[in-house]
Design a protein around this ligand. Structure first.
Ligand SMILES: Nc1nc2c(c(=O)[nH]1)N[C@H]1C(S)=C(S)[C@@H](COP(=O)(O)OP(=O)(O)OC[C@H]3O[C@@H](n4cnc5c(=O)[nH]c(N)nc54)[C@H](O)[C@@H]3O)O[C@H]1N2
Ligand SMILES: Nc1nc2c(c(=O)[nH]1)N[C@H]1C(S)=C(S)[C@@H](COP(=O)(O)OP(=O)(O)OC[C@H]3O[C@@H](n4cnc5c(=O)[nH]c(N)nc54)[C@H](O)[C@@H]3O)O[C@H]1N2
Ligand code: SF4
Ligand SMILES: [Mo]
Length: 678
């Protein structure tokens, strides 16, 4: 057996694991524990233990494929033929519609090297501004709030294990016991130490089962809860006036803005009883270390960015941000959710978290790429706006997708699918024939995590090295080869296919930016068990704004874009289950993981009212679409709310494409729905 230290292909914990391969590769690769890696200390969730399950799978793509649009038939072609066709299609599109006729869609699961090269491909080789990625569905609200409040966006500005040192931990819209199971041990240790855990979630999840206090809001009302708690903290004299005076600006306005948020008003908006709002404020009052963490439950809303700001205001008002074992953090989701948002696959961004509309940033990055700064395009459309524009007058007519299964995971998915079908050319690079790849004209088979080397930046800002452990199947190439192959056909700008070389170039391009990787090398990552960019803990002395102070910004409760009405009387929310990852493209194909299909969670009171029993088929409809799935009748959800996991086609036919005005995050976590016996 050859054993290689590497990291899980899935979520943002990037759990360390060893991957063992028998000589000659005759037996299936085996995952084993890597105890020394600090983040998970050898623990993995069942997705991690079974992560090698796609190796040798018959579903693996091993040849480039092209689809005949009239017959719908696929045929295998050579790599050269496939890349020539794609390059021709891009040339045709751009000859007709200009540089922006080509779009690029990336993913937060791509390595830093790939995310960086993809952004460079778009801007320097294709000259298009039309690039964005699935992180827009994921962390964009927390990112924009972090930038506005702290001047920098790093999901957790401290190591995850610091959680254990908090006296009160408030988890707003996170189900980490199912979405990052090895992290749940920190909650247990915190409670063993006498600390308290508060969970805010419309469902009593396995995470809420570990809480001392569980608040069950109406989906989309977390902002009002934060305002109400801050109101009580002010009344109790629990705010840290010294900290507010020396480390923040804007407190007077924020204090004023929460004056009318008395608990009974919070109860009317959120459905959380006033006594429980008071209980939360009482827990926070006088606690030396309060930590607030948000995740997608609070963030995936048309009010997501303001909601995060409201919780940041609360942490600042208590003087917690920058204190050890306290403060605010966002639990980023995808494997490279942090690094994927730093190196230029975002519509408004250049590597190192630079802004594409900043002349100095353009000059710096253009020099690294060897191009004229004036040749770089400006900001493009955000993910949903980009997908919505495909195949329309003035919108892109060709698109390259790497690392996202849009058909399953984008909001208002039927509409988005129609837009994809309206393209003249859709190119998808994937490891399997995902639902999105199935619509493509050209499918490019790429290597997966264990077959290639690259860096990922986990939810703590720790840059880790995924090392190649396995020889890829014949016929498969890395995304870096795809990117370089297209670039060489369409421009003179050089692109390396060697990950370590690309990482060094990324370091130069990011040097001096907000996320500066220039001091990080593969050797350092190997020697140090991962390297934090910007340091392990941020904000102890100052924030990243020029005056060093955090900004407290007034935010108002607005509520969900779509409210229940006579036709659509219940709230629909969506999320995850432990055994499946995202669109399920990978985990639905791993035999060791159960695939029972989607379901609709609802409360016995609602089930009784509509005459549905556990296991009956239920039809869920919204203004955008309909799906049918078996009912799961549970007492753990609010009676006015239903929940559907999004790992299968269906949930996103229902979801609302209302966008947050700042982050452009779609409202994946709440809309108005109708449920009935199918
Ligand atoms: N098993 C598994 N783990 C994963 C993933 C996966 O697909 N599967 N994906 C990874 C990724 S990319 C991400 S982003 C993370 C996401 O991690 P989480 O954010 O923990 O996951 P979600 O299930 O999307 O949402 C969390 C909770 O939000 C609740 N919720 C819904 N609406 C609201 C609301 O309005 N307010 C509040 N307070 N809560 C609400 C839901 O009931 C749900 O329990 O998980 C990562 N880990
Ligand atoms: N209703 C609802 N919708 C949601 C959410 C929700 O909570 N509710 N959550 C949103 C969130 S937070 C996220 S992050 C998105 C994620 O949704 P998607 O963007 O669909 O994410 P994945 O399913 O991880 O898709 C990754 C695709 O890339 C492929 N792949 C894996 N590794 C590689 C690689 O190295 N290179 C290439 N080229 N391909 C690779 C996989 O096989 C898969 O097809 O879903 C969002 N959609
Ligand atoms: S918690 Fe996340 S990184 Fe860890 S094994 Fe599970 S899916 Fe992989
Ligand atoms: Mo995500």
């Amino acid at each position: 057996m050859t054993e290689t230290q590497t990291h899980c292909p899935y979520c943002s914990l990037q759990c360390g694991m060893r991957l063992g391969v028998a000589p000659g590769g005759r037996r299936a690769p085996e995952v084993s524990a890597w105890e020394e890696f600090p983040v998970n200390q050898g623990a993995l969730c069942r997705k991690g233990w079974s992560a090698a399950g796609l190796h040798g799978s018959r579903d693996r793509l091993t040849s480039p494929l092209v689809r005949d649009r009239t017959t719908g038939e696929w045929s295998a072609v050579s790599w050269d033929d496939a890349l020539d066709r794609v390059a021709d299609g891009i040339r045709t599109a751009q000859a007709r519609g200009g540089p922006d006729a080509v779009a690029v869609f990336g993913g937060g699961g791509l390595t830093n090297e790939k995310a960086y090269s993809l952004g460079k491909l778009a801007r320097a080789a294709l000259g298009t501004s039309q690039i964005d990625y699935n992180g827009r569905w994921c962390m964009s609200s927390a990112a924009s709030a972090g930038i506005r409040a702290f001047g920098v966006d790093r999901g957790l500005p401290f190591p995850l294990a610091d959680v254990e040192e908090a006296d009160v931990l408030v988890l707003v819209g996170s189900n980490l016991a199912e979405t990052m199971p090895p992290a749940a041990r920190h909650l247990d240790r915190l409670r063993e130490r006498g600390g308290r855990v508060v969970v805010v979630d419309p469902r009593r999840t396995p995470t809420a089962d570990r809480a001392d206090l569980h608040l069950q809001p109406v989906p989309g009302t977390d902002l009002a809860l934060a305002l109400g708690v801050l109101h009580l903290l002010v009344a109790a004299g629990a705010v840290d006036e010294d900290y507010l005076a020396t480390r923040t600006t804007g407190w007077a306005e924020v204090r004023e803005s929460v004056a009318a948020w008395w608990p009974e008003r919070v109860e009317r908006v959120t459905g959380i009883e006033a006594t429980e709002v008071r209980a939360l404020a009482a827990l926070l009052t006088g606690s030396p270390r309060v930590m607030v963490l948000t995740a997608r439950g609070a963030e995936q809303h048309s009010t997501g960015s303001d909601t995060v700001l409201a919780w940041i205001n609360l942490a600042l008002a208590l003087g917690m941000v920058g204190r050890r074992g306290a403060g605010y953090g966002c639990l980023t989701g995808q494997g490279n959710g942090q690094g994927g948002r730093e190196h230029g696959q975002k519509a408004d961004q250049l590597p190192g978290y630079r802004r594409i509309d900043d002349p100095a940033a353009r000059a710096h990055v253009a020099a690294v790429w060897g191009v004229d700064p004036d040749s770089l395009p400006g900001p493009g459309r955000s993910a949903y706006e980009l997908l919505d524009a495909l195949g329309t007058e003035g919108g892109p007519s060709a698109m390259l997708v790497l690392g996202s299964n849009i058909v399953v995971s984008a909001p208002r998915a039927s509409h988005v699918t129609a837009r994809l079908e309206a393209l003249d050319l859709l190119v998808v690079g994937d490891v399997v024939m995902s639902e999105t790849a199935a619509l493509a004209d050209v499918v490019l088979p790429v290597t997966q995590w264990s077959e290639e080397t690259g860096t990922m930046t986990n939810l703590e800002g720790r840059v880790v090295l995924r090392q190649r452990a396995i020889t890829p199947p014949r016929g498969v190439r890395s995304d870096l080869d795809v990117i370089a192959g297209l670039a060489s056909r369409l421009s003179d700008v050089p692109f390396s296919t060697d990950p370590e070389e690309v990482f060094a170039e990324l370091g130069r391009a990011s040097a001096g930016g907000a996320a500066d990787y220039s001091a990080i090398t593969y050797d350092r990552i190997r020697d140090e068990g991962g390297v934090f960019w910007g340091g392990e803990r941020l904000f102890a002395e100052s924030f990243a704004h020029p005056d060093g102070r955090a900004r407290m910004l007034v935010v108002e409760h607005r509520g969900a874009a779509e409210q229940p009405c006579a036709d659509y009387p219940v709230h629909l929310t969506t999320g995850r289950v432990l055994a499946h990852y995202q669109s399920g493209a990978q985990t639905r194909r791993v035999r060791a993981l159960p695939d029972d299909g989607p379901f609709v969670e609802l409360h016995p009171l609602l089930a009784g009212r509509i005459g549905v029993a556990h296991g009956d088929d239920l039809r869920v409809s919204t203004r955008r679409g309909t799906m049918t799935a078996p009912a799961r009748v549970v007492t753990t959800i609010r009676p006015d709310t239903v929940f559907v996991p999004f790992h299968w086609v269906g949930a996103n036919r229902l979801t609302n494409d209302a966008l947050d005005p700042v982050s452009r995050m779609p409202e994946l976590k709440v809309c108005a729905a109708q449920v009935a016996h199918a």
